[in-house]
Design a protein around this ligand. Structure first.
Ligand code: WQD
Length: 341
């Protein structure tokens, strides 16, 4: 049967945001096709996605740096209406130790994918970007026209360069409509408990560290500083449920497919619009799960932005999307997922 809305190539589709987006694309009537080389994801996630969807999902084990192989995927799939590009390394800490790996993979794969898209004459592209492109904002909340400050890490810089690369692709006369999605802090997991975040080694990010502490894998959580000029002294972020984030990608694709002829790249902040401090996030986890978390206050972490949260009005206005799931729901889903690991 011809798919109602068409085939969508999802690079990095076995990853944290990618897997949740594959589920939401299918539920919305698209036919998602996963492209992943499992360099930073697990094969079993593909089977879990099929369990959630109760049906098969096509997968190509391909490295997005391999232009010939990725081009072959595009020409082998029928009725491709767009590409969503998640495939990238995303650890701030690791990027400080391994900058070359980050530039090679994150920039190389984006350039390769865009070249293949031009060859295949695919006109709709959704790019996974990050609020790290803003650095430490001068005021809050952040809107899409805020200046991009010097990134705090090679990871953040690869997202800035990625956005510039897309601008140059559009300027080159390529027929391309792009939605550049700037994620704030994705947290949580699928309510089924079948897919979620799989941090490598000791988690850098707050919520996986919280759930591993609650699970007894980590002895205690260290709060990196409580002497900042914020509501309670700890850093403030905009924590968005990964399912809300996934749904925004479907809305972004709908938006691109409905857009009038022409070439453009539109950025969108994807956040709840609410700032939540580290201590408030811990309290939300404890309230959601009826537990006490073992944490201590420690020194500040180098490179941390003090406070950032989104103005997501543009996504609401143009993508007809808003975040609907609250922090406690995300903390409940994150804990539910951790207990399955
Ligand atoms: C959040 C807050 C820490 C761990 C990163 C990326 C960003 C995006 C989300 C991809 C900070 C504090 C953390 C801990 C703590 N990823 N913390 N103890 O740094 O805001 O953003 O992840 O797009 O690009 O940069 O997320 O979860 O690491 O930290 O106190 O053990 O939690 O200091 O204030 P961050 P994070």
């Amino acid at each position: 049967m011809r798919d109602a809305k068409g085939t969508v190539i999802v690079t990095g589709g076995a990853g944290f945001i990618g897997s949740h987006t594959v589920v939401e694309l299918s539920r919305a009537g698209y036919r998602p096709v996963i492209v992943d080389n499992f360099s930073n994801s697990e094969r079993f996630i593909a089977e879990r996605i099929e369990r959630i969807l109760e049906g098969p999902v096509k997968l190509h084990e391909v490295d997005c740096n391999d232009g010939a192989a990725f081009g072959a995927v595009l020409s082998s799939e029928a009725n491709v209406c767009g590409v969503i590009h998640f495939a990238a390394f995303k650890s701030v800490n690791e990027s400080l130790r391994e900058p070359f790996k980050y530039y090679q993979n994150n920039i190389g794969s984006l350039a390769t994918v865009l070249a293949a898209i031009r060859e295949a004459k695919i006109a709709h592209f959704v790019f996974s970007s990050s609020c790290t492109v803003y650095g430490e904002p001068d005021s809050l909340p952040v809107t899409e026209d805020f200046p991009q400050k010097p990134a705090e890490s090679p990871y953040g810089r690869t997202k800035q360069i990625g956005e510039a690369l897309i601008e140059d692709a559009v300027r080159s006369g390529m027929s391309l409509k792009v939605a550049t999605l700037r994620y704030f802090n994705p947290i949580g997991a699928h309510p089924s408990g079948l897919i979620g975040e799989l941090p490598e080694g000791v988690p850098d990010n707050l919520v996986p560290y919280i759930t591993q502490t609650a699970a007894g894998i980590r002895e205690k959580l260290t709060v990196y500083g409580d002497d900042y000029d914020t509501v309670d002294g700890s850093c403030v972020r905009d924590y968005i449920h990964v399912v809300d984030l996934a749904r925004a990608h479907v809305k972004a694709l709908d938006y691109l497919l409905a857009a009038p002829e022409g070439t453009f790249n539109e950025p969108f902040n994807l956040g709840t619009g609410r700032g939540v401090s580290v201590l408030q996030a811990i309290a939300a986890f404890e309230a959601a799960n009826g537990t006490k978390l073992n944490f201590v206050i420690g020194p500040r972490r180098e490179g941390d932005v003090v406070e950032i949260y989104a103005n997501a009005d543009k996504a609401e206005r143009e993508l007809k999307w808003t975040a609907e799931l609250d922090t406690e729901t995300a903390m409940r889903d994150a804990w539910n997922w951790q207990k399955t690991l």
